[in-house]
Each structure stands twice: as C-alpha cells, then as structure tokens.
Design a protein around this ligand. Sequence first.
Ligand SMILES: NC(=O)c1ccc[n+]([C@@H]2O[C@H](COP(=O)([O-])OP(=O)(O)OC[C@H]3O[C@@H](n4cnc5c(N)ncnc54)[C@H](OP(=O)(O)O)[C@@H]3O)[C@@H](O)[C@H]2O)c1
Length: 317
Amino acid sequence: MRRLSFQPVNGTREPVVIQTPATLDATGADVVVMVSASSINGSDVNLHHGTGLMALITSRTSPGFDIAGEVVSCGEQVTAFEVGDRVMGLLDHSGGGQSDYVLVHQRRLALIPADIADVPAAALPLAGLTALQALRTRGHLRAGSGGRVLINGAAGGIGSFAVQLAKISGAHLTAITSGDRDDYLRGLGADHIATRGDESTLRAGEDYDLILDVPGVLRFTDVRAALSAGGVLVSTRPITSDALRLIRPTVHPDPRSPRFAAVTTSASSQDLSYLARLVQEERVTIPVDAVFPLADASEAFARAESGGVRGKVVMTL
Ligand SMILES: NC(=O)c1ccc[n+]([C@@H]2O[C@H](COP(=O)([O-])OP(=O)(O)OC[C@H]3O[C@@H](n4cnc5c(N)ncnc54)[C@H](OP(=O)(O)O)[C@@H]3O)[C@@H](O)[C@H]2O)c1
C-alpha cells in the first residue's frame, strides 16, 4: 500500500510516497479504513519542518491526522460501525493518514452523513474539533452567549471553523489574518477584519471575552489588557514560557482576572457528529481551498504552507 512519508532530500524533509506492506488487522475495538481523502493540518506542516510539540514528542515521519473513507474490516468489539460505512476521523499522534489504509480505534471515528462528500469530510476532524473544543471547553462559549471574540490566524484550518462557531454563539467577531482574505472571512461571519501586525486590534480596553490564538504566537502578558474581566486567552500551544509563569497556585483565584488556557484536542465521535450536523444544517461550511492527488503531495504541502490558504488543503488517495 502507498503511504506518505517525510524523507531527507538535500538536507530538508520532503513528502515522498513510499510502499509499505498492507498488514493491517482489525482486532478489539479497532477498524480498518480504506482512505479516500486526508487533509493537511498545521500539525502536518510542523512535522514537515520538524517543529512544534508533535515533532518533539514523536519521531514519526508519516503525516496525516484526518481521514475520510470506507470501513473494510472491524475488530470483534466494534459496535458503532460495520463494513461499508463511510467514516471520518482523527488519528492519534502517530499520524499516517495519508495512506491507502489505516487502523483506527472506533472512538476516533464518526459516520459521514450521506450529503457530505469524502473530500470535505476529511477537512473537518482536527481543525473542526480543535476550534470547537477551544471555544466551548476552554473558552466557555455557548450558543447565544454573545460577547466579543477575537480570532488570530482566522483564515487557516482551525481559524475558519472557529470564526463560524463563534458566530453561531452570537459573538461580535474580530478576525486577524494576513493578506487579502477579507471577503472570505466576512463570508464566514467575521464582523471586523484586522491585518496581522495591526497593534490597535489588541490594545487595552478592547474588552474581548475570548481571544483564540490559533498559531500560538501571542503572549498573555501582552494581550491581558485587551481582555474583559474574566476574559480568556485560549492558545493551541500548551507550553510557552509565558504560560508557565501563570501556573502558580492561587488560594483565592479572582474570577474577574483574565485567564490563559491551552486547548489539547481530543478525538470525540460525539463532537465530530455534532460538527457534521452543523454542516448538514448549513450552519457551518467546510472550506476546502484546494485538492491534490497523493502523487502531488509536494504541491499540496507547498499550497498549505503558502500563507494564502482559505481553509483546508485536502489530498485524495
Ligand atoms: N493543541 C492542540 O491540540 C492542537 C490541535 C490542532 C492544531 N494545533 C496547532 O494549531 C496550529 C494551527 O493549526 P491549523 O491547522 O489551523 O494551521 P493552518 O491552517 O496553517 O493555519 C494557521 C494560521 O495561523 C496564522 N499564522 C501562521 N503563522 C503565523 C504567525 N507567525 N503569526 C500570526 N499568525 C500566523 C495564519 O493565519 P492567516 O492565514 O489568517 O494569516 C495561518 O493560516 C498548528 O501549529 C498546530 O500544530 C494544536
């Protein structure tokens, strides 16, 4: 079977399709999925360049955390799926989703509704779950909660879903992006667009109830004055020197103090099905920027890393 791998080429790591034996046996609660599409996430880009937490904690060189495809065999404890089901899912930190087949635990999968094609389905899991869990679990944003929300890195994968989910909650939404993607972000629901580097967006007194920092580049100490009483900076980067200084035991924490929180995405069938329902109800769209066959993986990564992406880049198998 084919599998994408990062291999050393002229001192850099390049995406190369390799052949591996197809020896996937579904036992226990595992499922074998024949993959038809897999999207590129920021985590794949980090792996490509050997940066980020994922690259630090794993020596794996196989990208691909999101998959969509068809169940071809089930372990004896699988109760949620059967052979022939169309599923999407988030693989664990080992990745390897840009392969013809993957072995995955059933709790990491959800059924793809009939009216969602495999390519958009493959763009949903990691970015959609991260956006949802960052806003809802770490940021305590609920339907109808309103408030003022700022999303940094709004036009990429996580950002594009976060803009839409924040809008559903009724928030007044400021989106920070680079380049010319105002129309795209307004189409997703942003009320105000700011260009990366525009200091006025994060000035004191802006009173944001939630700032979601998708690239994990903001320092809490720099943005706390822009947060409301009890407001929160949610980052995708769990360990920053800035954050470490904040982990001090406090006997009587002041609920009006701005907070820092980091999101760690968890694979949840329930959350994934919830996101799929929002898509079916046309309350959320899955923004696919470009689609490439696996053989053009280098072009796919170049596009994902180009800085001008609107949403997600997907590879087909
Ligand atoms: N903690 C977790 O569990 C978890 C889970 C998933 C992902 N992540 C991390 O989340 C990050 C984003 O993932 P993604 O899939 O959304 O990536 P993505 O599609 O590449 O989007 C990232 C966006 O961040 C913005 N950006 C990039 N570099 C920046 C910089 N130096 N300063 C300001 N903005 C910058 C860009 O926004 P514009 O295009 O709008 O300019 C880019 O589109 C990755 O680092 C990934 O590892 C963490």
